[in-house]
Design a protein around this ligand. Structure first.
Ligand code: ADP
Ligand code: ASP
Ligand code: MG
Length: 473
């Protein structure tokens, strides 16, 4: 295999960045400018905004026998893609060819939904086959737009590049196999000066069955490709000016953070900041690839650079929230004497397939509390009651219970935990507005403090903490 041009840049466009004709026009100009800077550019794209939701809602409706909802979804997707295609691709012949390709994928959607309807159930494997169609449509649209504007581009299905296990809807990549396939698939295009326009979100098992990397997973796709090519940089193009001090939809005066360490962005992503999928960080750090988040709708703004080492002043940088959680507590005065309570607790939770987001334990070892998605609570409590049936009968464990719905609010800033007075100011600012903190976790990372609060306190707490950030604490 010959070497591709170097250095390489991977650019990922999110759903809104390819969501309309004007957005796609911006993406085209961004690509043109990037090619002036990097001899090789690889694009990864999401489905047009809303399309993955339409596909999954269609599958869900089909499972309930509602085929008319499937046809509505098909019409909506057709309109979305055709309207954009007509606006971006002046050549009628090319526009018609693109429409025919999109139509084939929409027909596949309808047939898959018919199959789901017959079975009366959408399996995870079927859901992945259906959800993957959005990116299969958008790569064709974006590649056609690039070609129409004089940038040679080719749509590439990442099912041929990213090899995964068969955990449908949350598949994990096999990096060595992915490295070989990605280089074999993309180097020849790059050598010819063609921009590969690759589906985000999608992989395939070694035998070629389509999988997806989880919702929001296109960021991860870009990181995987960036790591295995390898690229010099990965730029994530989205609809806000980079990573901000809070979700701008929740906090209107949120500000762009010019630079963040990998650890800080990792904590933010893990604790719910939707701007970057949490799995994005690791492949790029390990491969030494640069990461940047920037705005398709404001491309001259520098956005946020993710750096290896930043200031560890302990300044608060960002606040984020994960909703829809409940805190489960296992408690009892006899727990001190029960061997391996924590291990058995988390073993039982793991067996239900639930991931635990945050853990706290009272120092007296009389209780363990942890947060899980509210939808998993019943299953988890049943599993724990089974695992600890003997201890419950002996009253070594008094009860296993869950709170009403919670939110986990996390403050991020490297060095936070070593900066005296920060935690005090945080808790006081919440106390002052009557927000009760149910639990606190600092975790092993020095970059974040998380608090569990009642669901209804989410917005007031995030805004109060954001005021502290703005004041420079
Ligand atoms: P894309 O489709 O480009 O992947 P997403 O909707 O997945 O875009 O992520 C971008 C959105 O993330 C923003 O529009 C914003 O509302 C939300 N968001 C949440 N927290 C943050 C944050 N701290 N900084 C920036 N955006 C955030
Ligand atoms: N289209 C997929 C989703 O909506 C993946 C992504 O946009 O990152 O989840
Ligand atoms: Mg996203």
């Amino acid at each position: 295999m010959t070497a591709p041009p170097s250095p390489l840049l991977v650019m990922k466009f999110g759903g809104t960045s390819v969501g309309s004709a004007p957005a796609i026009a911006n993406a085209v100009e961004i690509t043109r400018n990037a090619r002036a800077e990097y001899p090789g550019v690889v694009i990864v794209t999401s489905a047009m905004s809303g399309v993955t939701n339409l596909l999954l809602a269609g599958a869900d409706a089909a499972a309930r026998g509602d085929m008319s909802a499937v046809h509505h979804a098909a019409t909506e997707m057709r309109d979305k893609h055709y309207t954009a295609a007509r606006a971006i691709i002046p050549d009628q012949g090319f526009a018609m060819q693109l429409q025919a390709e999109v139509e084939t994928l929409i027909t596949t959607f309808v047939s898959l939904c018919q199959a789901v309807g017959v079975l009366g159930e959408a399996t995870p494997r079927a859901l992945d086959a259906i959800a993957a169609l959005g990116e299969r449509m958008s790569i064709r649209l974006l590649a056609a737009a690039l070609n129409a504007n004089g940038i040679p581009a080719q749509p590439v299905d990442s099912a041929h590049l990213i090899v995964t296990d068969n955990r449908f809807q949350d598949a994990l990549p096999d990096f060595p196999a992915t490295t070989d396939r990605t280089r074999a698939g993309l180097f020849p295009l790059l050598e010819r000066g063609v921009v590969p326009v690759v589906t985000g979100f999608i992989g395939a098992t070694p035998t070629g069955i389509t999988t997806t990397l989880g919702r929001g997973g296109s960021d991860y796709s870009a990181a995987i490709l960036g790591a295995v090519l390898p690229a010099q940089d990965v730029w994530i193009w989205t609809d806000v000016d980079g990573v901000m001090s809070a979700d701008p939809r929740l906090v209107p005066d949120a500000r762009t953070i010019p630079s963040l360490t990998f650890r800080e962005i990792g904590e933010l992503a893990y604790f719910g900041a939707k701007v970057l999928h949490p799995k994005t960080i690791r492949p790029v750090i390990e491969a030494g690839v640069g990461l940047r988040v920037c705005n398709t709708f404001n491309p001259t703004h520098p956005g946020t650079r993710i750096v290896l080492n930043g200031d560890k002043s302990g300044a608060l940088k960002a606040v984020t929230a994960i909703r829809g959680q409940k805190m489960v507590t296992v408690e009892g005065r006899g727990m001190l004497g029960v061997p391996g309570v924590a291990a058995r607790t988390f073993q039982a939770v793991a067996e239900t397939g639930t991931s635990v987001i945050l853990i706290t334990q009272a120092s007296s070892e009389q209780s363990i509390s942890f947060c899980i998605p509210a939808s998993s609570v019943e299953r988890v409590i049943a599993a724990l009651e089974k695992a600890f049936a003997a201890e419950l009968a002996r009253r070594d464990i008094d009860r296993i219970w869950a709170t009403d719905e919670n939110v986990i609010v996390t403050v991020v800033g490297a060095g936070l935990q070593y900066t005296s007075g920060i935690a005090g100011r945080l808790f006081m600012s919440l106390g002052n507005i009557g927000v009760n903190i149910l639990a606190i976790a600092q975790g092993s990372s020095e970059a974040a403090i998380s608090m569990v609060l009642a669901a209804q306190d989410a917005e007031t707490a995030v805004r109060a903490i954001h005021d502290l950030i703005i004041m420079g604490h």
